[in-house]
Design a binder for this molecule. Structure first.
Ligand code: ADP
Length: 510
């Protein structure tokens, strides 16, 4: 029909605004590499390039029993991880919601005392052998013996080394030292800002006499890299860990010689193992391109950014990650609804189940509310390959308050949703490709380059990896041959085992 052709044209126009072509990918990679270098030399740049003091990656043979805790946003997780030494592990976990009054407590002590209490409760429940201090020293043990020992309550080490995943902005000055720069995600305890969060936790652990040492401060991307390197080891270990979930960030293995802000003595650091000549660097790439010279910025992106709590910051993340893609789509759909020429969802003669009816948008539709559309809807659109777009129309009816949408409406929404998803995936290739090019990974050896990824977007958005690969091939230093040498794999739920592995590395050092 005439309406369907006109609508499809309008949708294509909107979709075109999200185009991020090969030439744009190449320009963005060049700029990313420039910003990487800036961040390696000096603090306070768009890419923070935070030294993690982790100077080696695992190869799958690591063994032992470790603890990990994770203070993310809403929950506090405590777990123990038994590394079997053959790329597998067993994990015991508990999870508790952080009471709101502690998120805004007067003193840091109130929050950290609560965290230590959770560790105590976990030890009592799952590791009473540690809790009661029953010690049995054995020098060697097989895998089966270790499992059996844990079951029997016999322990290998006197003290649990613990990896502390703390997902707030930190200035890290040692493998288990880092001061809190500021709170995010609804936390607000002024007393804690500027303090070493590992020391805060260790103090409270010591007051309870728990056999636990806070051995490592862990960023979740570094945990992803380490977990991937342990569970799917290759010849040279994993090169990069990346998260595409609520937010996006990545960490990679860099030469110490290039990390001059650490090695030239201008910043405060504690001692670390320099023997490998490498260190994992946490890029904080969500903040790439702060001046937005190379990002494909549409009017929807500009509006979205201006409505966030941190306008002008995390611009890359705002085009790539789960927290924002649904909102971008919502804005684009609204623009089509308000398009006077051919408005979306205003078909007086749409057909559903052979009954002709008028499309209705209910006034309380989530489409009219900020953050009303979840990024999982983009995955649904991209996975709907049916002729009649029934899954999309059903979801719009159930979740978006749009009754009897027509096929051409659904197709228009799908076109735009896929353009936004495609742009996110092609953007995701920029930091991955840039890290590979900047470190000369493809030239320095012939081995596979392993990349560990985690997060709902990369896990559930259809063909996210295929779209990343398409963009990687457009980077001249990578090309088709290079792209084939890159292995990308999910490091699912890597945070616990990753933190354990960092605690292990840290324990070996100090
Ligand atoms: P986090 O990053 O917080 O650890 P996730 O990796 O689960 O957690 O990411 C959550 C984000 O992923 C949310 O922003 C959500 O909107 C988005 N999301 C959830 N399900 C899907 C899906 N099926 N497809 C794409 N995005 C999704």
């Amino acid at each position: 029909t005439e309406r369907s052709m006109a609508l499809s044209d309008e949708a294509k126009k909107v979709a075109d605004a999200f185009e991020f072509g090969d030439e744009a990918v190449r320009k963005a990679v060049t700029e990313f590499i420039r910003q990487m270098d800036e961040g390696l030399k000096e603090d306070g740049k768009y890419l923070s390039q935070i030294p993690t003091y982790v100077t080696a990656v695992p190869n799958g043979t690591e063994k032992g029993l470790y603890m990990a805790v994770d203070l993310g946003g809403t929950n506090f997780r405590v777990c123990s991880i038994l590394l079997h030494g053959n790329s597998t592990f067993s994990l015991t976990q508990s999870k508790v919601k952080i009471p709101h009054e502690l998120m805004v407590a007067k003193t840091a002590k109130e929050l950290f005392a609560f965290l230590a209490k959770q560790i105590e409760a976990f030890l009592k429940e799952h590791h009473s052998e540690h809790y009661h201090g029953h010690i049995s020293r054995r020098t060697t043990s097989t895998l089966d013996e270790m499992d059996q020992n844990v079951k029997n309550g016999v322990r290998e080490q006197e003290i649990f080394n613990l990896g502390f995943t703390f997902s707030f902005p930190i200035k890290q000055i040692g493998i288990n030292r880092g001061t809190l720069l500021r709170w995010t995600k609804g936390f607000d305890i002024a007393d804690a800002v500027g303090k070493d969060v590992c020391a805060l936790l260790q103090n409270e652990i010591d007051l309870l006499n728990l056999p636990v040492k806070v051995a490592a401060l862990v960023n979740d991307t570094v945990g992803t890299l380490m977990a991937r390197s342990y569970t799917s080891p290759g010849k040279s270990g994993t090169f990069l860990g990346a998260i595409f979930g609520t937010g996006t960030n990545g960490a990679y293995v860099e030469s110490l010689s290039k990390l001059t802000k650490l090695t030239d003595g201008s910043t405060e650091t504690s001692d670390y193992d320099k023997s490998t000549g490498e260190m994992i660097v946490n890029t904080e790439w969500g903040n790439f391109d702060g001046a937005s010279k190379v990002l494909p910025t549409t009017s929807y992106d500009i509006e979205l950014d201006s409505e966030t709590v941190n306008p002008g910051l995390q611009l890359f993340e705002k085009q790539v990650s789960g927290m924002f893609l649904g909102e971008i789509l919502r804005k684009a759909i609204l623009s089509l609804i308000n398009n006077p020429a051919i408005p979306l969802f205003q078909d007086e003669n749409s057909s559903t189940n052979d009954v002709h009816s008028t499309t209705t948008i209910y006034p309380d539709s989530p489409l009219f509310k900020q953050w009303g559309l979840d990024t999982s809807f983009l995955s649904l659109c991209a996975s709907d390959e049916s002729k009649g777009c029934k899954p999309i129309r059903q979801a719009m009816n159930k979740e978006l308050g749009i009754h009897a949408s027509s096929l051409e409406d659904a197709e228009a929404v799908k076109t735009i949703a896929m353009a936004i998803g495609r742009r996110a995936a092609r953007l995701a290739a920029v930091p991955i490709g840039a890290c590979i090019v900047a470190t000369d990974k493809l030239k320095s050896s012939n081995e596979t380059i392993d990349v560990g990824v985690d997060g709902s977007l990369v896990e559930f958005y259809p063909d996210f990896e295929i779209l990343i690969r398409e963009a990687l091939r457009a980077i001249p230093e990578i090309g088709e041959a290079g792209e084939k040498r890159i292995r990308i794999g999910i490091a699912k739920d890597g945070s616990g085992v990753g933190a354990a592995l960092i605690a292990l590395v840290a324990g070996n050092v100090g």
